[in-house]
Design a protein around this ligand. Structure first.
Ligand SMILES: Cc1cc2nc3c(=O)[nH]c(=O)nc-3n(C[C@H](O)[C@H](O)[C@H](O)COP(=O)(O)OP(=O)(O)OC[C@H]3O[C@@H](n4cnc5c(N)ncnc54)[C@H](O)[C@@H]3O)c2cc1C
Length: 437
């Protein structure tokens, strides 16, 4: 229960931020409270949004990949009537490095045999290497159960396991970059173990890859806004909330008063919204210690089909980590190239990113012509570093003022993702619903 006493009759609730956390909260509260959703930008979706297409079949602010384990995301999509079997290309977990190991989970086998057989049948590895990889994954799943052990960085653990350079480069590093968007030297082994145990190792369904066939606005923001507006939610885009004012047990925003608020902005925007006199030193310290990493996505369009060997093809030794082949997703002659932790490459211009990605692509397709359209998008604070001892602020820190926090950064168990954003938005809304009469 929230600390502030008294239950509300159809309370007046402000949600600040229409990213995936704020949208999830709005859907949960729609029809059950008097809700206003404030969004600073023109478009909803936050760090997972569609952008104007400039000749592409669709564009986002960055390529996103979901996995079957995103239970709260699929629950949300079900609720707002989005058929996620249609809007995602769902494929069994696969690992296809152009310059390295390749395997693909078996469709018909139950977990963990779907993965065991995949690794045993992997291309580009000798049997002893496959057995060692299986041993390491098993050791990590066993370590995961020992919650009392102190967390260490993935790099420290790999060193202790005597993992070779080849396997660091061909499996662990791309895995940690992709799943945690964090360098191995600082990435939390515990978070990685949680992702493996609850994701690819848990069940065949959880380990599926889900690639959007449409832009992220069409996946969530647009249908969620239609759903909530049809249920009386007032949506106010281009409304950047400045410091909230708290008076007489009410919150004032844009000259209007509210009983409760959910603040669903990224941590780097929190201090613009929260009054200074609310902030404790420990909360400020937690927020200031959060680290971010960039993700760069280069979109390329060609005048002829570009067929890559797998829908997701990676490199152990390239600038590009993963190439997403849209011809296998929506039939377009387009590639989305993903560079996680792209801040480690220094400040490259959009043209330099394109040149590097095109050079990587030509390693697979030497006759590839120059692209006819390109778009490079770098999100400097794409995700929160999943470091060892990452600070997790308390989302109920300001419950005494009727304010709950939501966002991707509140999960100690998982990296900051769409799933943790949605889960946290739902949690905040459910807390508030408990206080409604
Ligand atoms: C390039 C890229 C690739 C990614 N890839 C993946 C992936 O493959 N899989 C995955 O699961 N996750 C991925 N992520 C992470 C995922 O996008 C985020 O975890 C998620 O979108 C965060 O949602 P959120 O609602 O917590 O925060 P945000 O998306 O940051 O939403 C906050 C919202 O609040 C608004 N706002 C801020 N201040 C104010 C204010 N004062 N008043 C009103 N509104 C305000 C912002 O405009 C924004 O819309 C990726 C992120 C990026 C950028």
């Amino acid at each position: 229960m929230m600390a502030r006493s008294g239950s509300l009759k159809r309370g007046k609730i402000a949600i600040i931020g229409a990213g995936w956390a704020g949208l999830a909260a709005a859907v949960e509260l729609a029809g059950k409270a008097d809700v206003t959703l404030f969004e600073a930008s023109r478009v909803a979706g936050g760090r997972a949004r569609g952008v104007a297409d400039k000749g592409f079949s669709f564009l986002d602010n960055g390529q996103h990949l979901l996995i079957g384990a995103y239970r709260h995301v699929f629950e949300l999509l079900d609720k707002i009537g989005v058929n996620h079997h249609e809007i995602f290309l769902r494929q069994p977990m696969q690992w296809h490095l152009h310059d390295g190991v390749q395997f693909r989970a078996r469709r018909l086998l139950p977990a963990p045999f779907h993965l065991l057989t995949a690794i045993l049948q992997a291309k580009g590895a000798r049997l002893p290497e496959k057995l060692r990889l299986l041993h390491q994954i098993t050791a990590l799943t066993l370590w995961h159960k020992k919650q009392h052990l102190p967390d260490v960085s993935v790099a420290q653990w790999l060193e202790k396991q005597h993992v070779s350079q080849k396997w660091q480069a061909q499996f662990w590093q791309p895995l940690v970059w992709g799943a945690l968007n964090t360098p191995m030297q600082s990435a939390s082994l515990r978070v990685l173990a949680n992702v493996l145990a609850d994701g690819i190792w848990h069940s065949r369904e959880n380990s599926n890859y889900c690639l959007p066939k449409v832009d992220l606005g069409a996946v969530l923001a647009n249908p969620a806004l239609s759903y909530v507006q049809a249920r009386g939610v007032r949506y106010l885009p281009e409304h950047r909330v400045q410091k909230m004012v708290y008076q007489n047990q009410q919150l004032a925003l844009f000259g209007e008063t509210f009983d409760r608020a959910i603040v669903a902005v990224a941590p780097y925007h929190l201090l613009n919204v929260l009054p200074e006199n609310w902030l404790t030193p420990s909360f400020q310290a937690a927020i200031s210690q959060i680290k971010y990493h960039a993700i760069t996505t280069v979109y390329l369009r060609y005048n002829r089909p570009v067929a890559l060997p797998a829908a997701i093809t990676g490199f152990a030794d390239g600038t590009t980590q993963w190439l997403i082949d849209r011809s296998q997703i929506n039939g377009a002659n387009e590639i989305a190239a993903v560079i996680s932790v792209s801040d480690q490459h220094g400040a490259l211009s959009p043209e330099q990113w394109v040149q590097r990605v095109q050079a990587d692509l030509q390693r697979i397709l030497p006759d590839l012509p120059a692209p006819i359209a390109v778009q490079t998008i770098t999100e400097k604070r794409a995700t929160i570093a999943a470091d060892v001892q990452r600070p997790i602020p308390n989302p109920r820190e300001f419950a005494q003022y009727g304010v709950l926090l939501a966002g991707d950064y509140f999960s100690a168990r998982y990296p900051a993702t769409l799933e943790t954003a949605v889960q946290s938005g739902m949690n905040a809304a459910r807390q508030i619903l408990k206080t409604l009469a």
